[in-house]
Design a protein around this ligand. Sequence first.
Ligand code: SF4
Length: 195
Amino acid sequence: MNITRRRFLTLSGAVGSGIALSSLGLDLAPAKAYADELNKMNRVRTAKQVITTCCYCSVGCGLICSVDRKTGKIFNIEGDPEHPINEGSLCAKGAGFFDLTEANKYRLRKVQYRAPYSDKWEDKDWDWAMERIAHLVKDTRDKEFVTKNAKGEVVNRCETIGHLGSSNVDNEECWLMSVTARALGLVYIDHQARV
Ligand code: SF4
């Protein structure tokens, strides 16, 4: 049977309320979880739904963002079942999209720095981090840049700096990072998604 997304939400909401009611008085934890789930489903039903495309890879899966009409904030992101590419499914990276929004209170907002030989992390700002990275890259390239290999062939490379990309960068950012790293002569370039 073909079932639309809206119909699915209605049906699952009805099933959820029955189970939540039968749980009352026995164990409040599952009842609360169901109530939270119902509350979210109700919010999804009345939310403004904005269609967009996952930016992470060239598959281009469709997403539906539910936006609270009062606050204008996104409170749910899921795969679009009517999208011809993903038909509602998402890989682990796309499924974690919501955690990147401001709703995730655990998202890192400051640079975490640990000095050599220290066992403590310190909060630093981005200006400090960018300046330190620039100095370290320049010092290393000044000392370690190799223009020719043992056979006299031109190689123009720096083997003592590595670059590891993040799972939270999109296609275009990955491209920018990789051409920048290559322009600096780096050869050890990798991406978290391959680990
Ligand atoms: S959900 Fe996964 S497979 Fe789909 S576009 Fe995003 S990263 Fe690519």
